[in-house]
Ligand binder design. Structure first.
Ligand code: SF4
Ligand code: SF4
Length: 279
């Protein structure tokens, strides 16, 4: 049987917030019996964009990660709910019953992703219900997907086997897989958010003029082993990316034409720009 999944490409998300706003447009002040009570105008972000800046000026990048209810297959919120207030549909979508869940504030803490929001006025826990009311009436995409200008967000209905194959072949990941909750929201290019880089800019003084060194060989070593090798671009820049954060001691070796080899030790915490390196 086909089930719904949400695919998000971190490399394509520009933080335009259209998906967040389209979702608010759908639910604020609107009631969908059996699916969702009205979302409050303030205080809830059923699609919440996280962001992370990496590096130091001028070598900086920012990644944006839209987060929402993961519609987990093994959902802790379902176990924490009384009176069957949260249920899993056959198509994979998790629904917080807007009547049965009334007063069940414990559900906010039951979600390890912070995806359940408390509606003080209605005394109701709420989440993004995957626009199930729209899908049930024939829509083939969610409001967030429809409003996304870059194609970063996409809902797909496929069999679980196919989704597992896609995840493996396309390097898709889920949030907090170690919890075993089996999320149905998958991320592409998550390394932009979770990993670190070591970068720098190589320059050389010739006849009193400092210039960028293009084509210098740069090697990244850890415990004496070469991890990666690249050459500087026309700005003299190099960047070793997708390194685990807090991964310890590295050595960067630089060989530029007509210059003595240079070696720099760095202990990697978060992304590090080594600055201008004169050879
Ligand atoms: S993300 Fe949280 S609210 Fe959504 S299904 Fe999983 S545990 Fe429940
Ligand atoms: S609409 Fe698309 S690009 Fe904009 S914030 Fe949402 S996912 Fe990112």
């Amino acid at each position: 049987m086909k089930k719904w999944n949400l695919l998000i490409d971190v490399a394509e998300c520009t933080n335009c917030n259209n998906c967040t706003l389209a979702t608010m447009d759908e639910y604020v002040g609107n009631e969908f019996p059996g699916y969702a009570a009205p979302m409050p105008r303030l205080g809830h972000r059923w699609i919440d964009i996280k962001q992370k800046e990496r590096g130091q000026s001028p070598m900086v990048d920012i990644a944006y990660v839209p987060t929402t209810c993961n519609h987990c297959d093994d959902a802790p919120c379902i176990k924490a709910a009384t009176d069957g207030a949260i249920r899993k549909r056959q198509d994979g979508i998790v629904i917080i019953d807007p009547v049965k869940a009334k007063g069940q504030k414990q559900l906010v803490d039951a979600c390890p992703y912070g995806a359940i929001w408390w509606n003080e006025e209605l005394q109701l826990p709420q989440h993004w219900p995957f626009d199930a009311h729209l899908l049930d009436s024939g829509w083939t995409q969610t409001r967030g997907q429809q409003s996304c200008p870059t194609g970063a967000m996409k809902a797909i209905s496929v069999e679980d086997d196919e989704m597992a194959r896609m995840a493996k072949n396309e390097d898709l990941v889920v949030l907090k897989p170690e919890l075993g909750t089996k999320p149905r929201v998958y991320y592409r290019n998550m390394w932009r958010y979770t990993t670190a880089f070591i970068g720098g800019s190589v320059s050389k003084q010739v006849n009193g003029i400092v210039d960028c060194v293009e084509g210098a060989k740069v090697r990244l070593k850890q415990s004496g082993q070469t991890m990666a090798e690249l050459t500087t671009d026309n700005y003299g820049d190099f960047k070793f990316d997708k390194l685990p954060e807090e991964s310890g001691a590295y050595t960067v070796e630089i060989e530029a034409p007509g210059a003595a080899p240079k070696s720099i030790d760095v202990t990697l915490g978060t992304s590090t720009y080594l600055g201008e390196i004169k050879v």
